[in-house]
Design a protein. Structure first.
Length: 102
């Protein structure tokens, strides 16, 4: 079942994890994060992650968004293959569409 769709612009940012691993994320806007968080869901494993379909430019994929307690919003990982295909990287602002999968 498909849930709500949210389209927004966001800057890509880098999160360096311990051990030298780095990931690139986009932060969902407060309004979209609140709307997604307020939908009742059964508890699931995965750090509160929610499955989504994503469109960025001509790329489309399925992944999960994760709550970031520091900013009180969801964050979306942006795969390297997508960044390369779309010619974007850290600090670029991109338009993203996420659709929650219920």
């Amino acid at each position: 079942m498909t849930g709500a769709t949210h389209t927004f612009s966001a800057a890509l940012w880098l999160w360096d994890f311990e051990g030298g691993t780095a990931w690139v994320f986009a932060t969902l806007p407060e309004r979209a994060s609140d709307a997604i968080a307020n939908v009742p869901r059964a508890p699931k494993p995965g750090f509160g992650s929610i499955r989504v379909d994503v469109i960025l430019g001509g790329s489309r994929w399925s992944t999960s968004i994760f709550p970031d307690s520091k900013v009180g919003r969801y964050i979306l990982p942006i795969k390297k293959v997508v960044r390369k295909a779309e010619g974007v990287d850290v600090d670029d602002t991109v338009e993203i569409t996420v659709t929650t999968l219920e």
